[in-house]
Design a binder for this molecule. Structure first.
Ligand code: ZN
Length: 159
């Protein structure tokens, strides 16, 4: 048996899609919603997989520090990165892929969640990123063991 719970985190961020060819190539932003689906195979003495407050502390803490009110850019978007570096102060986060909802969900699931949940006994198995109230993308893993630990954190660029 597994027990699944979800914690929702809301944030605002700017981005643009490198080589999109359409309007998403322009700098713009969204009011994002991130749904973190966490699974465990047992409950604690209180009857919880994990305290929702602990998930909020971990997920919201990371989002607030790195993505909230930041610009998310593809590492290949040299022009966009160069442009944002002219802005002071600047909160920018460089992703290994385009900051689509798909790319953001994948990054959170594979690179961020394993670090945040290490030692908690629970695993994040699905992340959904809502870009608008009508559209979202979801990244999920079939079994927790498929989550790979990442060696490097991408540090936010703040100047
Ligand atoms: Zn957009």
């Amino acid at each position: 048996m597994s027990l699944n719970i979800m914690r929702r985190i809301k944030f605002c961020a700017g981005h643009r899609l490198h080589k999109h060819g359409g309007k998403c190539e322009f700098f713009h932003g969204h009011n994002y919603v991130a749904d973190f689906h966490v699974t465990g195979d047992h409950v604690d003495d209180v009857g919880r997989v994990i305290d929702f407050a602990e998930l909020k502390r971990l997920f919201k803490g990371w989002i607030d520090e790195h993505w909230d009110h930041a610009f998310l850019l593809n590492e290949a978007d040299e022009n966009g990165i160069h442009a944002l570096k002219q802005v002071v102060p600047c909160k920018m986060y460089i992703l290994p892929a385009n900051p689509t909802a798909e790319g953001m969900a994948t990054y959170l699931l594979e690179s961020v969640c394993p670090k945040l949940l290490k030692g908690t006994g629970v695993t994040c198995v699905k992340v959904a990123i809502w870009e608008t109230e009508d559209s979202f993308a979801e990244a999920s893993i079939d079994t927790p063991s498929r989550v790979q630990e990442q060696e490097e954190w991408s540090e936010p660029m703040v100047s």
